[in-house]
Design a protein around this ligand. Structure first.
Ligand code: HEC
Ligand code: HEC
Ligand code: HEC
Ligand code: HEC
Ligand code: HEC
Ligand code: HEC
Ligand code: HEC
Length: 423
């Protein structure tokens, strides 16, 4: 091994220990932490996303008085866009259990002194937790009917129950890569059984709209993430459609936004909770597409080069912002450069499409410093993504892998970082 790498690896190992100690819960946990613990005063705004936005377009539907219509209010006039969006995992982000093809457990699984199983009868799905005593005898049994499902299943599903009148999470989750049920992410460290309350932040990212009622209960308006989360409320637009100076000021077309406003639409949900602090008196639920998200949140000091932060789920934003492609192109690289929510094809077609995007800015033969013959031995199809955007395990969610968005030089130090495992 290169001797220069050793101090680097020691540092990573130390940081792994510290970070894992504090964050055995990951994405799910961060929801709790953000809401219960006092937000540390991480003042300095180090956001790299501050692109200078000239000639900002004004939209009438950023006004809080403009009403939402729900997806039903768009479908009739936009059939192709509705159909294309429903193919995307975001268009299937949440559903009722009765609309979900639930599987029963073939074999119950055991975690600590608890045994878990899933029963499916007609459309009724029940999650069962049994506490095991000496000799494996069942001392306590709890069976909860499931009502809602979070996740399209691209990577997994969480399950919610509302038997006590409020929404709580089931300790059982589905992991697509394993094709089986296991303990929910974070529960290995601290098993919260059926008691983990589902809060607004979780549903803000995973459902269309969530309202906190006066009695603190949550009301859902639409389950899967809907049109108006990216296009803004449609009340004015449905009454009158009019292009003025090449755009319609009654509805937001993200393609017509400046670079940072365009990403802000996605940052509502793709920026990790740890990476931002809410500003007092500015609830993120008041954010409307077309606005500057940093009027609602402050990007905090989560160091972008921290290997642990990089290996967490929902880290795509700062990984991308860390890439030289982003920095050296003055931020021309956007989430929507590579992802169009209205064009979600088979994985292979998606990859080929994204490689074409690399080649909008790079050339096949000149830009890559690894000589072509070597490249072709390692990757016969010269797949830029396999080497520069590899798939890596997340450190906070077990059995789940994500694509590294830092678009890094594929050096040995980088490869060792990708191999850090959740201990
Ligand atoms: C009564 C029919 C109708 C309804 C309802 C409707 N639209 Fe439209 N929409 C149109 C027409 C016609 C255009 C093209 C002309 C224009 O852009 O003003 C359009 C254009 C758009 C554009 C592109 C605007 C631009 O500047 O490029 C978006 C985005 C859009 N609609 C989204 C929506 C969403 C989201 C909803 C539901 C909240 C919706 N529309 C409801 C008819 C409708
Ligand atoms: C309302 C919150 C929200 C907004 C706004 C949002 N996303 Fe998402 N996005 C999600 C969630 C939640 C998932 C996981 C969906 C699932 O699989 O259940 C996701 C998944 C994705 C995926 C992964 C698809 C796959 O292959 O699994 C991509 C890519 C993506 N979003 C891109 C975008 C882009 C680009 C934007 C901005 C134009 C955006 N998102 C805006 C919440 C959001
Ligand atoms: C800040 C927004 C945000 C919060 C808060 C959040 N998530 Fe997520 N979650 C995402 C995004 C974005 C993805 C898509 C994959 C990724 O980026 O890791 C995702 C992925 C998932 C997936 C996998 C979905 C699939 O189809 O593969 C599940 C299940 C999930 N989250 C459950 C939850 C639950 C349960 C909570 C709350 C207790 C929660 N998440 C809180 C944004 C969020
Ligand atoms: C996750 C964000 C997201 C959601 C949700 C979403 N869209 Fe879009 N939509 C976009 C983006 C980004 C574009 C611009 C795509 C491009 O041309 O680059 C777009 C473009 C459009 C356009 C303009 C198409 C054109 O050819 O100019 C229409 C109309 C539209 N969307 C309608 C809808 C409708 C209807 C829904 C709900 C069924 C919906 N969108 C849901 C992100 C979203
Ligand atoms: C919007 C334009 C743009 C796109 C799209 C783009 N890049 Fe880049 N990329 C750049 C620029 C500019 C640089 C910096 C070049 C320099 O420093 O001279 C860069 C640098 C790189 C580097 C060197 C990174 C480092 O840390 O030294 C790699 C590797 C790379 N790009 C690969 C890719 C791959 C693979 C894709 C497609 C997934 C891609 N790029 C897409 C503009 C882009
Ligand atoms: C240079 C191209 C590129 C850019 C820019 C980009 N992505 Fe991706 N993204 C990919 C590739 C490649 C994949 C893996 C293949 C696929 O799923 O289509 C991916 C996958 C994803 C996934 C699915 C989970 C995973 O990690 O595999 C999410 C979520 C996602 N991207 C979100 C984003 C967000 C949010 C942004 C903006 C901050 C963004 N991406 C910018 C290329 C890109
Ligand atoms: C087999 C793996 C592999 C494949 C395939 C590959 N690269 Fe590379 N690439 C590398 C490695 C390793 C380096 C860093 C070499 C070094 O340290 O000089 C690199 C370096 C680069 C750089 C930085 C060059 C510099 O001097 O700063 C760019 C840009 C780049 N690659 C783009 C691409 C693009 C675009 C593709 C697809 C057409 C691609 N690469 C395919 C492994 C690969």
């Amino acid at each position: 091994m290169n001797s220069k790498l050793i101090p680097f690896l020691i540092l990573i190992l130390l940081m792994t220990g510290i970070a894992v100690f504090f964050s055995s819960f990951g994405e799910w946990e961060s929801v709790e932490r953000n809401e219960t613990a006092a937000t540390p005063a991480v003042a300095q705004n180090v956001s790299r996303s501050r692109r200078v936005e000239k000639d900002v377009r004004e939209f009438k539907n950023t006004d809080l008085k403009v009403g939402y219509l729900g997806d039903e209010g768009c479908v009739n006039c936009h059939i192709p866009e509705t159909e294309s969006y429903r193919k995307h995992p975001m268009g299937r982000s949440m559903c009722k259990i009765s609309d979900f093809a639930a599987k029963p457990t073939k074999e119950p699984f055991v975690a600590g002194n608890f045994r878990y199983s899933v029963e499916v009868k007609d459309k009724q799905v029940t999650h069962i937790e049994e506490e095991l005593g000496a000799g494996g005898k069942v001392i306590k049994r709890r069976a909860e009917p499931i009502s809602l499902v979070i996740g399209s299943g691209a990577r997994g599903n969480s399950f919610l129950t509302e038997t006590t009148g409020k929404l709580t999470q089931s300790p059982i989750s589905w992991y697509t890569s394993l094709d089986q049920y296991k303990l929910a992410p974070g529960y290995e460290g601290q098993n919260l059984h059926f008691e983990r309350p589902i809060r607004q932040a979780c549903l803000f990212c995973h459902s269309n709209q969530v309202e906190v009622k006066a009695d603190k209960s949550l009301a859902l308006h639409g389950l899967s993430i809907g049109c108006e989360r990216c296009h803004g409320p449609g009340e004015l637009h449905a009454k009158e459609q009019k292009l003025v100076d090449g755009y319609d000021p009654t509805i937001v077309n993200p393609a017509k936004l400046g670079l940072s406003r365009k990403d802000d639409v996605c940052y509502q949900c793709h920026l990790q909770l740890e990476a931002r602090d809410e500003l007092p008196g500015k609830p993120l639920t008041d954010f409307r597409p077309g606005q500057d998200i940093e009027k609602f949140i402050r990007r905090n000091n989560t160091p972008v080069s921290d290997p642990i932060a990089r290996l967490k789920a929902v880290g795509h934003v700062f990984q991308m912002e860390e890439s030289r492609c982003y920095i050296r192109s003055e931020g021309k690289l956007n989430c929507t450069t590579c992802h169009n929510p209205h064009d979600y094809r088979e994985p292979e077609a998606r990859r080929l499409d994204i490689i074409k995007k690399c080649l909008d800015c790079h050339t096949v033969d000149k830009d890559c410093s690894l000589p072509m013959p070597t490249r072709l031995i390692k990757s016969p199809s010269d797949d830029c993504l396999a080497c520069h955007m590899p798939v890596r395990n997340t450190i906070d969610i077990g059995h789940t892998s994500l694509t590294d968005h830092a678009i890094s030089r594929n050096t040995p130090a980088y490869q060792s970082m990708l191999k850090i495992e959740k201990p």
